[in-house]
Design a protein around this ligand. Structure first.
Ligand code: SF4
Length: 325
C-alpha cells in the first residue's frame, strides 16, 4: 500500500510500512469498536462526537451523544437554541465550556458557511475553537478526505510503532508527529487507519500497560523490538521510560478537586440550570448554595469566578445577579 510523499524528519522503510498497514487494517476489520459516530457521515453528528470525546471517555459519551442529537438534531437547531438549553443538555459530561464552544461553532457555520460544515482542514481551522486534531477528524471521518490527524492515542501508537519506546530525550513535537502521521497515512484507507490507531491505543497499546502479546503489530513494532533487545519484560521497559517522562515534568502540588475553582465553576453552572432564565440569583444567595462554609468575605472570590464564567459565555452576569445565558 503506497503513501503520499511528504517531507518528514523520520525514516520509514516502505516494506515495514506495508506490513504495518496490512496488520493494523486487518485487525481493525474484525476488532473495531462499534460506535454510533462511525455509522454516520453527518458532519454535524461527527462534530458533536468529537467535541464530547475531548476530555471524556467513550463509555460516558455514548448515552449523551444520542440524547444530545435528539434534543438538537441539526446544526441549525443547535445554533437557534438558547445557550442555557445547550448547557443544560450537556449534563453530566462536565467541562461545560465545550457546550458553549460547540454552539458557537454551529452559529459561525450558519453565519459564514451557509450552514454547511467545511470539508477541508484549512477552512475548518477558521472555526473558533476547532484545533488541528478536530479539523482533521471531521475532514477524514465526515468527508473521507485523505487527512492525517493526531490525538493522544494516535501519537503514542505511532511513536511506538515507528520510533520506538517513548523517552524524554526523543519526544517529537506536534509538528513532527503530524508529519510522521502524514508520511505513514495509507492511500485509500485514511478513515480506517485513523480509527484503527485510536482503537489500538484505547484497547491494546494503552499508555501504562501495553498488551504487546495480543497486539497485531508485535512483529512490526519498533518499541517491541527495543524491549526484546533489552531482554526485559515488555511493559516493564515501557513503564520505566514512561516514569522517566513523568519525572521530567515539574512537581505537581495536588489540590483537592472539591476546593478547586473548576469544581465551583461546575457547581455554579449546575445550580443555575434549575433557575428560569427570566430570573437571576444574586451572589449572596448563590454563595451558600454552592459552598457549605460560604462567608461574606467569600463574595469577592465568588465574583471573580462568576466573572470568569461570564467571560467564557457560560453565564449571564449583571449587578442584579447571575443566570444561564
Ligand atoms: Fe504497543 Fe506493544 Fe503493540 Fe508495540 S507491540 S504497538 S508497544 S502494544
Amino acid at each position: 500500500m503506497s503513501t503520499q510523499s511528504l517531507s518528514s524528519p523520520f525514516s520509514v522503510q516502505p516494506d515495514h510500512l506495508a506490513r504495518v498497514h496490512r496488520s493494523l487494517l486487518q485487525w481493525y476489520a474484525t476488532e473495531q469498536r462499534q460506535l454510533p459516530w462511525r455509522v454516520t457521515s453527518d458532519p454535524y453528528a461527527i462534530l458533536v462526537s468529537e467535541i464530547m470525546l475531548q476530555q471524556t471517555q467513550v463509555e460516558r459519551v455514548l448515552p449523551k451523544y444520542e440524547q444530545f442529537l435528539a434534543a438538537f438534531p441539526t446544526l441549525s437547531a443547535l445554533a437557534a437554541a438558547s445557550t442555557a438549553e445547550v448547557i443544560s443538555a450537556w449534563v453530566p459530561l462536565g467541562y461545560n465550556m465545550r457546550a458553549v464552544r460547540l454552539q458557537s461553532i454551529a452559529r459561525q457555520v450558519i453565519s459564514e458557511y451557509g450552514g454547511r460544515i467545511p470539508d477541508n482542514v484549512e477552512e475548518l481551522l477558521k472555526l473558533k475553537g476547532v484545533g488541528r486534531y478536530t479539523a482533521g477528524a471531521i475532514a477524514c471521518f465526515a468527508y473521507h478526505q485523505h487527512v492525517a490527524t493526531v490525538d493522544t492515542n494516535i501519537r503514542r501508537v505511532l511513536h511506538r510503532i515507528f520510533l520506538g519506546i517513548e523517552s524524554p530525550e526523543t519526544q517529537p513535537n506536534d509538528t513532527e508527529m503530524l508529519k510522521l502521521a502524514e508520511q505513514v497515512l495509507p492511500n485509500g484507507a485514511a478513515y480506517s487507519w485513523n480509527q484503527a490507531l485510536m482503537d489500538l491505543g484505547a484497547t491494546v497499546c494503552t499508555s501504562n500497560n501495553p498488551q504487546c502479546t495480543r497486539c497485531p503489530l508485535q512483529q512490526t513494532c519498533q518499541a517491541y523490538t527495543d524491549m526484546q533487545a533489552h531482554s526485559l519484560f515488555p511493559s516493564g521497559v515501557v513503564l520505566r521510560h514512561l516514569r522517566k517522562v513523568a519525572e521530567k515534568k515539574p512537581p505537581y502540588q495536588a489540590q483537592p478537586f472539591t476546593s478547586s475553582n473548576r469544581y465551583f465553576r461546575g457547581r455554579i453552572v449546575d445550580r443555575l440550570r434549575s433557575v428560569p432564565t427570566s430570573q437571576r440569583l444574586c451572589l449572596s444567595e448563590l454563595g451558600p448554595e454552592i459552598k457549605a462554609d460560604f462567608h461574606d468575605d467569600d463574595i469577592a472570590w465568588l465574583r471573580t469566578i462568576v466573572a470568569g464564567l461570564a467571560k467564557d459565555g457560560l453565564v449571564d452576569y449583571t449587578e442584579e445577579g447571575v443566570r444561564l445565558p
